[in-house]
Design a protein around this ligand. Sequence first.
Ligand code: CP
Ligand code: NVA
Length: 309
Amino acid sequence: MRHFLWFIDYKKEEIEEIIKLAFQIKKETKAKIFKPYLKNTQLAMIFEKSSTRTRVSFEAGINQLGGNGLFLSSRDIQLGRGEPIKDTARVISRMVDLVMIRTFGQERLSEFAKYSRVPVINGLTDLCHPVQLLADLMTVIEFKKFDFRSPEKTLVSYVGDGNNMAHSWAILAGILGFNLNIATPKGYEVDNFIKNKALEFAKVSGALINFYNDPKLAVKNADVVTTDTWVSMGQEQQKEKRIKDFKGYEVNNKLMTMAKKDAIFLHCLPAYRGYEVSEEVFEKYEEAIFAEAENRLHAQKGLMVWLKK
Ligand code: CP
Ligand code: NVA
């Protein structure tokens, strides 16, 4: 049995298999062919944080695969009143076939997985957001012809907070071998453990991963420019300070001129215009951004089928 907690546990070939399956199921879905790959499969979806995309894509996805989704907000279940994670895991995993969790610390997710009898999927933690990156990867394949055989041809630039999205890009680049520039303000750099892991993987895959404090340097010649909110869920108290500290990190037209002419811009959403991205840039690249959002559905269907194979 495999869990999907972070990319660190995954080999390049496995990520490629999941993506292949996702594209196959996407093609079928577009042709209105809904094969019951996960007939009678119960997916519990535990949310300790808000969500639009993750909730809708997992719930619609499992239904389209012939299964059923149970939306469990921590506001409503005993977990929110202090029932231990390990007890919650031992109960829920005797009743369902798959679990998706969105929570705070990565250790809450690992604790659940440790006590679970069924595969557990990371639906976002403070540390990483790997299901989002599966969708982003599909989008880069579709819009920028990313190729698993020649990953070095793609340069992704992430500008902004050294958060769960930056961490996921770093590890994925390291494993797959594409090039990645990350620009963060001083004091908001990516976690050292993640940085070292990404560089360790990069030694094997050949990925060139660079860390900057200057967005212009990071975006130069990029095929894909991406960012994320400056104020992640759980950081609301730091909003004012963060907005000051991230001055100069907005992805706007001026910054985009540093990237390749045919570059795309991606955003995991929700996006805050006038902060991490300008309204102009957001609307100019909306086709790729909303294709990316739609790919959440397809990517996670591929992942769920792969985990239950
Ligand atoms: N990108 C993403 O995970 O969106 P939600 O927070 O709406 O699920
Ligand atoms: N970094 C953001 C991503 C939201 C999908 C957060 O954790 O809130």
